[in-house]
Every structure is written in structure tokens, then in C-alpha cells.
Ligand binder design. Structure first.
Ligand SMILES: Cc1cc2nc3c(=O)[nH]c(=O)nc-3n(C[C@H](O)[C@H](O)[C@H](O)COP(=O)(O)O)c2cc1C
Length: 189
């Protein structure tokens, strides 16, 4: 029995019918009993500008940073754009990453990618892992979850129709919960 966790879900797609949002909700539903997922709303985060930062963090960025700080872990579920991180998601991470008190440092993070292509966003996962390394996030290594041919795996209402996807996502959510406990122990908490 693992302790209940508060997970923050960060979807890298802003699209209303996003397959990644469907995958994120699937993960939220498959977490170990007692854990909850809150969906991060981040559409209002502006374009990163160091001159704006010099005047202080915009309210939208402060809110996102506070939500990350308050979460036990962050699940990033994102598409791959042109073999890499969607620009808006990278922009958000850039904002969050500034300052000694940036909340991704030491934060348990898990990654899922879903794409229309057969490899399920494998390339963006490794770019995202590289960025998470630089911000000192504690990224779950395995199991990796790549949801390829995603349009064939979700119904229009968001229901996942693929048993293997459900199996992999459930296993990752259990591992993520265990990983959060391990990170807590490493920190002496
Ligand atoms: C700008 C852009 C770039 C894309 N580049 C890739 C890519 O490099 N690899 C890939 O597998 N799919 C790519 N796609 C297709 C996405 O996988 C597909 O649109 C997916 O459904 C987007 O995720 P979403 O449904 O969560 O919005 C791209 C889509 C867009 C809009």
C-alpha cells in the first residue's frame, strides 16, 4: 500500500481534442488508490522575455510555479512537434526554471508521450529528459510509455480502447508513486 499522492498533470498540447490530454486523464484514473491528479491550466503563460522577468514573475507563471511546488509529483504528457518539445511547453519550462527557488529542482517527474506516428513521441521524450536533467528534476526512468498511433487507441470521448496502453500506463503510475516515495526517503523525509 503506497501513500496517496497529489500529482500535477501537465499536458503539452493546448488542443481541445488532444490525445495527450486523453492519455493524461487515463493516467489520472489509473493511479494507485487514494492518489489524485490536478490538471495544470497554463494557456495564459506569456512568451518568455528576460526583460519581463527582470520586473518580476508574471502572475500566471507564479501560479504555475506554486502548483508545481505544492505537488508531490508532476506528470508531463506531451506530443512531439518536429521531433522535439512543443514550443509552448518549452516556453513554460523556461519560465519555471528561473531562480534558486525554482520548483522543478528535486521534483519527481514522469513522462508520457502520445503521437499520431508509430514511435509515439520517442524523440521528444529524450529531449524532455535532457531539459529535466538541467533543472534537477527527479525523472522516473522506467517504465517508459510511448503511445504510438494514438488516434487508433482512444475513442472520441477520450476512452482508451487499447488494453496494452492501459497496462503500460497503470504500471507507470504505480512506479511513479513508488518513485515519489523513494525520492522522499532520499531527501530524508
Ligand atoms: C507542429 C506539429 C509538429 C508535429 N511533429 C510531429 C513529430 O515530429 N512526430 C510525430 O510523431 N508527430 C508529430 N506531429 C503530429 C502529432 O503527433 C499529432 O498531431 C498529435 O495528435 C498531437 O498531439 P495532441 O493530439 O495531444 O494535440 C506534429 C504535429 C504538429 C501540430
Amino acid at each position: 500500500m503506497t501513500a496517496p499522492k497529489r500529482i500535477l498533470g501537465l499536458c503539452g498540447s493546448l488542443r481541445r481534442g488532444s490525445l495527450n490530454l486523453m492519455a493524461m486523464r487515463l493516467a489520472g484514473a489509473l493511479m494507485p488508490a487514494g492518489s489524485t491528479m490536478e490538471e495544470l491550466a497554463w494557456r495564459d503563460v506569456p512568451a518568455f522575455d528576460a526583460d519581463v522577468l527582470a520586473q518580476g514573475l508574471p502572475d500566471a507563471v507564479k501560479r504555475v510555479r506554486d502548483q508545481i511546488a505544492a505537488a508531490d509529483g508532476v506528470l508531463i504528457v506531451t506530443p512531439e512537434y518536429n521531433f522535439s518539445i512543443p514550443g509552448m511547453l518549452k516556453n513554460l519550462i523556461d519560465w519555471v526554471s528561473r531562480g534558486d527557488d525554482q520548483p522543478l529542482a528535486g521534483k519527481p517527474v514522469a513522462i508520457i508521450t502520445a503521437s499520431g506516428g508509430p514511435v509515439g513521441g520517442a524523440r521528444v521524450q529524450y529531449d524532455l529528459r535532457k531539459v529535466m536533467l538541467f533543472v534537477n528534476a527527479m525523472v522516473l526512468v522506467k517504465p517508459e510509455v510511448f503511445i504510438g498511433m494514438a488516434p487508433t487507441k482512444f475513442a472520441a470521448d477520450g476512452t482508451c480502447t487499447d488494453e496494452n496502453t492501459i497496462k503500460f500506463v497503470r504500471a507507470q503510475m504505480q512506479s511513479f508513486s513508488d518513485w515519489i516515495d523513494s525520492v522522499r526517503r532520499m531527501k530524508g523525509g
